[in-house]
Write a protein that binds this ligand. Sequence first.
Ligand code: PAF
Length: 275
Amino acid sequence: MQVIHTIAELRQALAGQATAFVPTMGNLHEGHLSLVHQARAAAGAGPVVASIFVNRLQFAPHEDFDRYPRTLARDAELLAGAGCDYVFAPDEAELYPEPQGYKLAPPTELADILEGHFRPGFFTGVCTVVAKLFNIVQPRWAVFGKKDYQQLMVIRRMVAQMALPVEILAGETSRNAGGLALSSRNGYLSEAELAEALQLSATLKGMIARWSAGERDLAALESLAMERLSARGWAPDYLVLRRQRDLGAPAEGEALVALGAARLGNTRLIDNIEV
Ligand code: PAF
């Protein structure tokens, strides 16, 4: 496996090949590696590329851009073991040699709700870097985790509306034995917080159970979940039940997803569970 830092070298290495791509911000865990396995299966004999780039554009000034762990050497070892062929690890000057004035802004009805409401500009930052990475890697397939459910949807729509020649593959969320979704940000949690963190998925499951049991007062169902998590010392941003196809209000007979984001101590966690 080769670690490449420049666009020119990567383009030369990949020229004309049907490539599978896994974009990441590094500090990798089993969840990322399962996306790499999926990319490996899609690519067959073709190359698999993972990018590692902590994208300043998707962080608000008060967020964890500076303390986001940069662990390239360890990440490269893990990726080599998972069957990755190239790691693309550009520095900021390589990806953003001048201030990125051209940006790709997703439509507000999808990008300004839930994550986008609490992290204004987040999805513009994500779309801009992902579109740029797609232009650089020119992948035939790109794999994104369902853990970032709304991000996956935003990227799928971007690819469709911009007619980008890439097939988006969705990776299932990897969880620990207790049900906690694996996340690079779990590394910020203390031992006690790690144990408590299971309550996020447990709360989402509780919401689904209430809906399945016939509760149809959505506002009551969601505010009960907010109260329960708050009472345990969390600061939830949202705990909602939505339909899978567009994150609109749930309706009878539609596939649903429970989504949540909440701060535990200094760490903001997100999760979702499909029904
Ligand atoms: O999901 C992530 O790690 C990031 O949002 C992504 C897709 C790599 C873009 O920076």
